[in-house]
Write a protein that binds this ligand. Structure first.
Ligand code: 13P
Length: 262
């Protein structure tokens, strides 16, 4: 099902009080603003705060507002010191999990195969994977960005059945735009999202491609959200820095509502 999604990746930021306050403020905003059913809001707090954040989502928002892990492991339990099982995320009320963020690929050497295993396990646990892909600057400059992102999907997602693939959300996050203040232009984002949709149509079918939610991430903020979200193949954003403050994050949600209404 293709949704409009505004997701916040808090990365390794905030303390417990700030995480609680931010969740409370977003929840309050959603309670005061009736969001259309097509829009979902997701937060990805650091692992130690997840359970607490889930508890700050009120009953009236629980179909709109979801919590997700920033990562998960490939096993349900066992001697894997420091890891978090998808089952544990599910158990505390998470609905989503980020898989393959460029920071995981870069700092933790997560391979295509490992990410494919994580995707499988998340789906088995009925968590919605938000699968991140995107190219580094030198790949963009060499003009091979579409081929690069194609490989990321092919190696970690295209083993999935149609049914399973249709449960995955994709986030295109060009590495050169993450945390740099340099955003992809609306045309660059649209071109890549359209290429991804075409790739999915070729691999699966056009119906699945049309129904895949594809988010953009990389220096997305209130000042550029409207131009990005109004692109036909951009279904929302995975927001880093601008998701750490209630006012900027809720402003991005309001921009999404405006784009959907127009
Ligand atoms: P920024 O919005 O801070 O560039 O981060 C994007 C991101 O990596 C979200 O996952």
């Amino acid at each position: 099902m293709r949704y409009k999604i505004v997701a916040g990746n808090w990365k390794m930021n905030l303390n417990q009080n700030q995480a609680t306050q931010l969740t409370h403020d977003i929840n309050k905003y959603l309670s005061n603003n009736n969001l259309p059913k097509q829009i979902k809001v997701v937060i990805h707090p650091p692992a130690p705060y997840l359970a607490n954040c889930v508890n700050y989502i009120s009953e009236d928002n629980n179909t709109t507002f979801g919590v997700g892990g920033q990562n998960c492991y490939t096993q349900a339990s066992g001697a894997y010191t420091g890891e978090t099982a998808p089952e544990m995320l599910k158990d505390i009320g998470c609905q989503y999990v980020l898989i393959g963020h460029s920071e995981r690929r870069k700092y933790f050497n997560e391979s295509h195969d490992f990410l494919a295993e994580k995707v499988n396990k998340a789906l088995e646990t009925r968590l919605t994977p938000i699968f991140c892909c995107g190219e580094a600057l030198e790949i963009r400059e060499a003009g091979t960005h579409e081929a690069h992102v194609e490989t990321q999907l092919r190696e970690s997602l295209f083993h999935l059945s149609k049914d399973d693939f249709s449960k995955v959300i994709i986030a295109y996050e060009p590495v050169w735009a993450i945390g740099t203040g340099v955003t992809a232009t609306p045309d660059q984002a649209q071109d890549m999202h359209a290429a991804l949709r075409k790739l999915i149509a070729n691999q699966y079918d056009s119906n699945i491609a049309e129904n895949t939610t594809i988010l953009y991430g990389g220096s997305c903020k209130p000042a550029n959200a409207e131009s990005l979200f109004s692109q036909p193949d951009v279904d929302g954003g995975l927001i880093g820095g601008a998701s750490l403050k209630a006012d900027s994050f809720t402003e991005i949600i309001s921009i999404m509502m405006k784009c959907l209404a127009s």
